[in-house]
Design a protein around this ligand. Structure first.
Ligand code: NDP
Ligand code: MG
Ligand code: MG
Length: 340
């Protein structure tokens, strides 16, 4: 089994006395900045003027421009949306990096797909929490953490691995487990997971089930509870104890149905299509499409998003959730927690 590292395996001294610039103060940014500060590290936040800047200042951080933060820091963590990183990197980060600095990411996309080509004289590594930013913060406050992957792309100082581990520890990830990866593996598995299983696979499965029931004449409210609402209860059981734990908790009738019907819905043909999705990711085809879509001002993204929000399952869901105030999270957190 791959070695999973925990707090006791990590030397944090390598980050001591180093200044860390957190660039961006969104889902991941606010969590990294606050956790690192509370772990005793020296943090400066790099931002443009705006909402995030105000929030970071309210949270007691020194906020400067991205260029200035890069100049001041030894370690620069890029926590901007992936599609904006290249422009900000070219304009504000690259000209201010110094030899021996560390350039750090939470997702390998831009390095792996050559949208950012770092200079040869800096360390480049990633520390990628396997969970949404708001959980990175919340679990840290609770004394726990979200597991993370780390990977080194370029090691000029000889300290890149130790720095990555100390950083992961600083955000609380070593309480949950830290695992080595490469930029390629992190990027490809992260994209595949969110497309085929966690986000794309799940939303398509839920919608197909809902549509099958409503098209057969069943009430949309019943179909909503059956195909969407109950998902969380099932997923909690999976999270806590795997497939066996979930199957232990459901009825034997449900378990028999799981065995005989599950493989009729998700079968070898579905797996073949998952393989096609993976092939597109590995070949850079997905990345190219997403980069071009952004250059086209997200014409297709916005149109699809508007259409999806009008789906019947969303309309009926909004009405039903109004009557179940306990399922609601604060709006901002809800928006952010859906990011994978
Ligand atoms: P967010 O969308 O939450 O981050 C937005 C932040 O970036 C805001 O503070 C925003 O400031 C700032 N920003 C956007 N554009 C610019 C710009 N041009 N100049 C300066 N600041 C800018 O990003 P995430 O936290 O979701 O993602 C950050 C990285 O973490 C990505 O690489 C992502 O793949 C990775 N990741 C994210 C996860 C998640 O949970 N979301 C999980 C694991 C990895 P403003 O208010 O001014 O717009
Ligand atoms: Mg992910
Ligand atoms: Mg992702």
């Amino acid at each position: 089994m791959t070695k999973v590292l925990y707090d006791q395996d990590i030397q944090k001294e390598v980050l001591q006395g180093k200044k860390i610039a957190i660039v961006g103060y969104g889902s991941q940014g606010h969590a990294h900045a606050q956790n690192l500060r509370e772990s005793g590290h020296d943090v400066v936040v790099g931002l443009r003027p705006g909402k995030s800047q105000q929030k970071a200042e309210e949270d007691g951080f020194q906020v400067v421009s991205v260029a200035e933060a890069t100049k001041q820091a030894d370690v620069v963590m890029v926590l901007l949306p992936d599609e904006h990183q290249t422009a900000v990197y070219e304009e504000s980060i690259k000209p201010n990096l110094q030899a021996g600095n560390a350039l750090v990411f939470a997702h390998g996309f831009n390095i792996h797909f050559s949208q950012i080509v770092p200079p040869a004289d800096v360390d480049v590594f990633l520390v990628a929490p396997k969970g949404p930013g708001h959980l990175v913060r919340r679990t840290y406050e609770e004394g726990a953490g979200v597991p993370a992957l780390y990977g080194v792309y370029q090691d000029v100082t000889g300290d890149a691995t130790e720095l990555a581990l100390a950083y992961a520890q600083g955000i609380g990830a070593a309480r949950a487990g830290v695992l080595e990866t490469s930029f390629q593996e992190e990027t490809e598995t992260d994209l595949f997971g969110e497309q085929a299983v966690l986000c794309g696979g799940l939303t398509s499965l839920v919608k197909a089930g809902f549509e099958t029931l409503t098209e057969a004449g069943y009430q949309p409210e019943v179909a909503y509870f059956e195909c969407l609402h109950e998902m969380k209860l099932i997923v909690d059981l999976l999270y806590e104890g795997g497939l066996e734990n979930m199957r232990y908790s459901i009825s034997d009738t449900a378990q028999w149905g799981d065995f005989v019907s599950g493989p009729r819905v998700i079968n070898e043909e579905t797996k073949g299509r998952m393989k096609e999705v993976l092939d597109d990711i590995q070949a850079g085809k997905f990345a190219k499409g997403w980069i071009l879509e952004n250059q086209a001002n997200r014409a297709q993204f916005n149109a699809t998003n508007a259409k999806e929000n009008q789906h019947q399952i969303e309309k009926v869901g909004r009405e039903l959730r109004e009557l179940m105030p306990f399922v609601k999270q604060p709006l901002q957190e809800k928006q952010k927690d859906v990011k994978a």
